[in-house]
Design a protein around this ligand. Sequence first.
Ligand SMILES: *Cc1c(COP(=O)(O)O)cnc(C)c1O
Length: 409
Amino acid sequence: MNQIDFSQLAQEYGSPLYIYDGDRIVENYQRFVNQFKVPNLKVHYACKALTNPAILKLLKSLGSGVDCVSLNEVRLALECGFEPDQIMYTPNNVSEAEYEAAIELGVHVNVDNLNMLEFIAMKYPNYPLCIRFNPHIMAGGNLKISVGAIDSKFGISIHQFPLVKRMIDRLNIRVEGIHIHTGSEIADVEIYMRGAELVFSMAQEIEGLEYIDFGSGFKVPYKEGDRTTDIKKLGRVFSKRFNRFCEAYGKELTLRFEPGKYLVSDAGYFLCRVNVIKQTTACTFLGLNSGFNHLIRPMFYDAYHQVENVSNPAGDKKLYNVVGYICETDTFANDRILSEVRKNDLIVFHNAGAYCFSMASNYNLRARPAEVLIYQDQHFLIRRRERYEDLKQTFVDVAVFEQENLMPA
Ligand SMILES: *Cc1c(COP(=O)(O)O)cnc(C)c1O
């Protein structure tokens, strides 16, 4: 983990600014893979968490593969040097054309509905497929990020396994893997193991598997005292059970995971400046030079991000509501105790590596921030700040409103 000089970075690159600690990502990756004692382990970084090519290349250098949920993510991964064999395409509700394009590119594809399974099996009879099942395990901290529950749109219901099995046999589908992803923020190892047992019981009945992919959803701490996934325990329990399954199956399969948040969340910082300090009868607002256009998790998921005043760490403690500049209520954090804040102080949000920049938008016609990577005591600009010109690029001018007698007489 690097000591970060926020004021120097703000001076050099401006603010708001996303900052990623590359060495922390390396630590996270290594800590993760070291927990699993199995003959074959493969991690596919879920790149929707943070899609910058520098991050993809860093993870590639560590031996990671990549999990992509859109064709553009697949294209970017290929351009970053990942081999098609290192790329898993796990989309939801995309068109046949997208699946076909992914198959043409030769990446692994993960099929998450029965119609698509049938379509691909007919059109590409020899293409190896992964099948995504929904184990209907209700898990995760927030309905918006729970993807395994009974009414979730993801995957093929495990209750339809008999039908899937019939299709596999009748259409001679080459199933190379099966997959579950029970959602984000699962703290409980027991929940993983329950999902795993369901997967093993299906895997037992499918011949020729190469791997089983248990997705992700590892919970990371956002504040002190948060429950988190005990990765050590998970590794111990999971490895033992997986090896036992492989013995019963008669083949050393590859154990796969697709962590996103676990690898990059705590490596990210979002640095803002205080534009306005407004005292009302109810509270003191800190108005930042940013809003939910840049960091939407607090507003969208009620996510807690630790906030710190890095310009005045020794100041007296005071109570603040931290808000944005968007013309809508955009509250980053309520009732936070920070070292006394002065106008123009630098405020940093922690855990800003996952689903922060990648969910940023141009709402209010505002530009998205720059991104900086710190790696082995050096820092690199890995995305320049957007400009007004960038935002206008896709507008198409029409002449019709430029006629003089547009208004009815
Ligand atoms: C989003 C996603 C992940 C990553 O989830 P995290 O909670 O960020 O680890 C993994 N697999 C799939 C299929 C996903 O959609």
